[in-house]
Design a binder for this molecule. Structure first.
Ligand code: NAD
Length: 419
């Protein structure tokens, strides 16, 4: 058992804190948001993440997990301090390191001698040096341990990861961090900090490239009359390619892929390399948003001005209520900009400033000229298409997620448009 401070209780910090408590460690999580800390100490988790509330309550009940206000409060007694604060995109496309630097400054003065600081936030190459400079503690080693969890299965991914990557300058320090995961069965990859930091950006950029590739391929399939699903099956069965992240859709998004791809383009440019391939991956994603908008426009009669569009799904993917850089939100913004009136529904989202969000999938369809499915929630797979049709002005559906029961929609007289 080790004493671990986790700085930042967002998606990653909370999963890390609850996960380490489950692994038997003594965990103190800190945030600057006092209201959030109070809620978490009562066992209330506001983010939608399967299994997370149970693990948080379990950790609190067992006395292995607690929440405090302020990073210093958590770090003064720790052996390991995990930095899990946000690294948003700055105006140049680079990672904004202000939160990381502030968190490091917060804990620098209070860390016990010989503690290890671990960066779990996604940070560019060189961040380890930046953290060390902000800490002003030559006795404290700084290690990179990037996180690969996926929202919607964060706890499963933290406790059963595909790999654990640790970047440290000294092997002995890396081994101490690896020992925290002693009860986790996963390959441990020990490397230097620059490589660990690059691995995280490379992983997200590669995943984005796969999705952009298949989305661009879907445009080719449409043009030549091929079936993208059969093509995906035909290429994905090759183990060198694989079917994961190879489903056509509305474009990739979420809190990580957009900012991490742009950050890697930026890191590369700073280092003197123009990563043109990755720039194209990003451009193809923007095109994909526009392709979906064009499909909805055609479905609504060719011009969106004054048209009513029902949008099913707002979250960036199913099983989360995270709206950050959601493709659904991108596409809805473009529909609104083109003059459409959008009524949206998402099972995990109650309201959004400036957007009409209703309480049910059916209600969103009232009087709509077209329906577009933007998040792959299970409930959209099983709907009464006769009722949907009765509520809409025109029976057309654009399925950007491949969840609509096409046969059932066709029986109810729907014109179906897929990706
Ligand atoms: P988030 O915005 O949900 O959470 C960050 C939290 O840190 C906030 O609650 C904020 O109040 C807190 N914070 C900021 N400064 C602080 C300080 N000085 N002291 C204490 N708390 C502070 O962010 P997130 O989605 O959890 O992402 C965190 C990092 O992990 C990012 O670098 C992200 O790129 C990376 N990451 C995210 C995911 C994901 O799926 N969300 C997956 C892998 C990696």
């Amino acid at each position: 058992m080790n004493r671990i401070a986790v700085i930042g209780t967002g998606y990653v910090g909370l999963a890390t804190g609850a996960g380490f408590a489950r692994l038997g460690h003594d965990v103190t999580c800190a945030d600057i948001d006092a209201a959030k800390v109070e809620q978490l100490n009562r066992g209330e988790v506001t983010i939608l993440e399967p299994g997370l509330p149970e693990l948080v309550r379990d950790g609190l009940d067992q006395g292995r997990l607690r929440f405090v206000v302020g990073a210093a409060e958590a770090a003064r007694d720790c052996e390991f301090a995990y930095l899990c604060v946000q690294t948003p995109q700055d105006s140049m496309g680079a990672a904004d390191m202000r939160f990381i630097e502030q968190a490091a400054r917060d804990i620098g003065a209070v860390l016990p001698e010989g503690a290890i600081v671990v960066t779990k936030s996604t940070v560019p190459v060189g961040a380890t040096l930046l953290v060390a400079a902000a800490l002003k503690r030559p006795d404290v080693a700084v290690v990179s341990n990037p996180e690969f969890l996926r929202e919607g299965s964060a706890m499963r991914d933290f406790l059963n990861p595909t790999r654990i990557v640790i970047g440290a300058d000294a092997r002995e320090v890396a081994d101490r961090v690896a020992a925290l995961f002693r009860d986790v069965s996963a390959p441990v990859i020990i490397t230097d900090p620059a490589s660990a930091e690059t691995i995280k950006y490379a992983a997200n950029s590669f995943l984005a490239a796969k999705v952009s590739f298949v989305n661009s391929l879907s445009a080719v399939c449409e043009a030549v009359g091929a079936d993208i699903q059969d093509v995906v099956l035909g290429i994905g069965t090759d183990p060198r390619i694989g079917t994961d992240f190879l489903q056509p859709g509305p474009g990739w998004g979420g809190s990580c892929l957009p900012k991490d791809t742009r950050a890697l383009v930026h890191i590369s440019a700073q280092a003197g390399y123009d990563f043109s391939l990755l720039r194209s991956v990003i451009a193809a994603n923007e095109e994909q948003f526009d392709r979906v908008v064009a499909k909805v426009s055609r479905a609504a009669g060719g011009d969106l001005r004054g048209r009513s569009v029902a949008a099913w799904g707002l979250a960036f993917k199913a099983n989360t209520n995270d709206l950050r850089a959601s493709p659904a939100m991108e596409i809805i913004a473009r529909l609104v900009a083109a003059g459409a009136e959008v009524r949206s529904y998402d099972p995990a989202v109650e309201e959004i400033d400036g957007l009409k969000v209703v309480d049910s999938a059916m209600e969103a369809c009232d009087g709509a000229d077209a329906l577009v499915v933007l998040t792959e929630w299970d409930e959209f797979r099983r709907v009464d298409w006769d009722e949907v049709g009765e509520r809409m002005r025109t029976r057309t559906v654009v399925d950007a997620r491949g969840v609509v029961d096409r046969a059932a929609a066709a029986r109810a007289g729907f014109t179906f448009v897929g990706i």
